[in-house]
Design a protein around this ligand. Structure first.
Ligand SMILES: [Zn+2]
Length: 455
C-alpha cells in the first residue's frame, strides 16, 4: 500500500479536454489515480499534499516502438528521466523480454511500464543477417505453421504480435486469423503491403517510412521483389521514393482512406531521420548524445568497422548519408498531417534500442517535436498518450489523467500544450504513484567521453 499523494492547484492536461484545465487536484493512491477534482479536492489523513501552482500535470508519455532488451538495464531509467512511463517492446528474444517485463513491472528494475510483442515474425527468410540484433528474429515459414507459433506466443503471455518484413501475404493472413483479435497485431511490413494487411485486419503499422511505402510510392519507385533492408540501397532508394512521392495520388489517398476507415494505428518513428532535420552539426551538438546507452554504442562501434567512422559515428546508423533525407522527412510529415486531418490514428514511437540516437526517452521528445509540426501541439501530445494507449489496447487505464487510471504522471514547470519542447521542463515523474526526480536519475549515469571515436 503506497501513501496517498495529492497534487493541488495544477494546470491539467487530462487527455480528453481540448484545453488544459486550471486549478485541479489529483489524488494518487495504491498506484492508481483515485480522484481528479476542480478546486482543492479531498486529501486523506496523512496524505502528502504537493502544491503545483504554476505547474502543469499530464499523463506520462508512451513510446509504442522500443527494443528494451537492447538498452542497458541501468539505462531504462532514461525513459523515466524524459517522462516516458510506458513503452511497448516490438521486438526481442521472447524469454528475455518476458523476464524484463516482469522485473520492470514489479519495480525490481526501474524503468517504464512494459508491454511486449516477443520476437519479430518473419516469413521463410530472415529480414537481416546474423549479428547482435538477430536474436529477436523468428520465422513462420508457411501459413500452416501460424496457429502453433501464435498459440505458443499467446500462451507465454505476450501483449501483442508483431509481423515483420519478409512475411508474405498468405502467412500474414494466417497469423491475423490465428490471433483472432486476442491481442493487437502490428507490422513492420515489406513483402505484405499495408493495404493487404489492413484488409486482413491488422491493428497497427510501424514506421511510416517503410510499412506503407509500397502502397503510396509511385509505380516506378516500388521496391523489386526480394528487397532487403540489409542493403544500403534499400534506404537510399526509399528516401528517393519519398522525395518524389505524390500524396494526392489515388494510391496514396486509398491508403489514407483505409487507415481511417479501419482506425489502424500508424506508428511514426519519424526520429529515424532526426539528423536530417536537425542537421549533422546540430545533432553533434545535442547534449542528449551523452545518454546513448553503452550497449548501443558498442554495437555502433562494431558497425563502424563496415561503414567508415566519422565524428558522427555514434548518432548515425550508416545506411544513408548523414544529413540526407530532409525532403523525405518533410514528405513523411505531410503524410502524417493528411492522415491526422482525415481522422486517422497517429501514434508516436521511436525505435530506440534498435537505433542509437536519439537515446531512450529523449527520442520520444524528438518524435513529439516532429509530430507537432505535422499536427499541432495538442494532437502531438495525444499521439504519445491516449493514441499510444489505444495502440497497446490499454486505453481504459493508460494515457489519461482520470480516476482508475495508472498514476503515471508528469509534473512540468511549463505548459507543453502550446509548445511541446516544454516537455523538457519535467520536474517530477510518477510511475504507479512512485516519484522519480529526473535530475537524480540522470546524475546517476556515468559520464561519457564524447570525443572518443572507436578505432
Ligand atoms: Zn524496431
Amino acid at each position: 500500500m503506497s501513501k496517498e499523494i495529492v497534487l493541488r492547484n495544477a494546470r491539467l492536461i487530462d487527455g480528453e479536454s481540448d484545453q488544459p484545465r486550471e486549478r485541479v487536484s489529483i489524488v494518487m493512491k495504491d498506484g492508481r489515480i483515485a480522484s481528479v477534482t476542480d478546486g482543492d479536492g479531498p486529501a486523506g489523513a496523512g496524505a502528502q499534499v504537493i502544491d503545483c501552482a504554476g505547474k502543469t500535470v499530464m499523463a506520462g508519455l508512451i513510446d509504442t516502438h522500443v527494443h528494451s532488451t537492447f538498452v542497458d538495464r541501468t539505462d531504462l531509467t532514461l525513459f523515466l528521466a524524459a517522462g516516458v512511463t510506458a513503452a511497448r517492446d516490438v521486438g526481442g528474444r521472447l524469454d528475455k523480454v518476458l523476464r524484463l517485463r516482469g522485473q520492470v513491472n514489479s519495480g525490481e528494475v526501474v524503468g517504464p511500464r512494459l508491454y511486449v510483442c516477443g520476437p519479430l515474425l518473419d516469413g521463410e527468410a530472415h529480414s537481416f543477417s546474423p549479428g547482435p540484433m538477430s536474436e529477436m528474429l523468428d520465422n513462420i515459414p508457411r501459413p500452416s505453421a501460424a496457429p502453433a507459433k501464435i498459440a505458443e506466443l499467446l500462451d507465454s503471455g505476450v501483449d501483442g504480435i508483431k509481423i515483420y518484413f519478409t512475411m508474405p501475404p498468405d502467412t500474414a493472413r494466417a497469423v491475423i486469423r490465428a490471433v483472432d483479435k486476442r491481442v493487437p497485431i502490428t507490422g513492420h511490413l515489406g513483402y505484405t503491403t499495408a493495404m493487404q494487411a489492413i484488409e486482413f485486419g491488422i491493428d497497427g503499422l510501424e514506421h511510416i517510412w517503410i510499412s506503407p511505402y509500397q502502397d503510396i510510392c509511385s509505380l516506378e519507385m516500388r521496391l523489386a521483389p526480394g528487397a532487403s533492408m540489409s542493403n544500403r540501397s534499400f534506404w537510399t532508394h526509399t528516401l528517393k521514393g519519398w522525395e518524389e512521392m505524390n500524396l494526392k495520388a489515388p494510391n496514396a489517398q486509398a491508403f489514407f482512406g483505409a487507415m481511417v476507415e479501419k482506425q489502424v494505428k500508424m506508428g511514426t518513428t519519424l526520429d529515424l531521420l532526426w539528423t536530417a532535420y536537425s542537421g549533422l552539426e546540430g545533432a553533434l551538438a545535442d547534449p542528449d548524445r551523452a545518454y546513448i546507452p553503452p550497449h548501443c554504442l558498442a554495437r555502433q562501434a562494431a558497425q563502424n568497422k563496415k561503414v567508415k567512422a566519422g565524428k558522427e559515428w555514434d548518432i548515425h546508423p550508416g545506411y544513408w548519408a548523414p544529413g540526407e533525407g530532409r525532403k523525405a522527412l518533410d514528405k513523411q510529415l505531410d503524410a502524417v498531417r493528411m492522415l491526422h486531418e482525415q481522422g486517422g490514428v497517429v501514434v508516436g514511437g521511436t525505435d530506440c534500442g534498435g537505433l542509437n540516437y536519439p537515446p531512450p526517452g529523449f527520442a520520444l521528445l524528438r518524435e513529439v517535436e516532429l509530430l507537432e509540426q505535422a499536427m499541432g501541439s495538442m494532437a502531438a501530445l495525444k499521439a504519445v498518450t491516449v493514441g499510444a494507449a489505444r495502440a497497446v489496447r490499454k486505453e481504459h487505464e493508460l494515457g489519461k489523467v482520470k480516476p482508475g487510471y495508472y498514476a503515471d504522471l508528469l509534473v512540468l514547470d511549463k505548459d507543453p500544450s502550446k509548445d511541446v519542447r516544454d516537455l523538457r521542463s519535467l520536474r517530477m515523474v510518477y510511475r504507479g504513484g512512485v516519484a522519480y526526480d529526473p535530475k537524480v536519475l540522470l546524475a546517476a549515469r556515468p559520464v561519457r567521453d564524447m570525443e572518443a571515436i572507436p578505432a
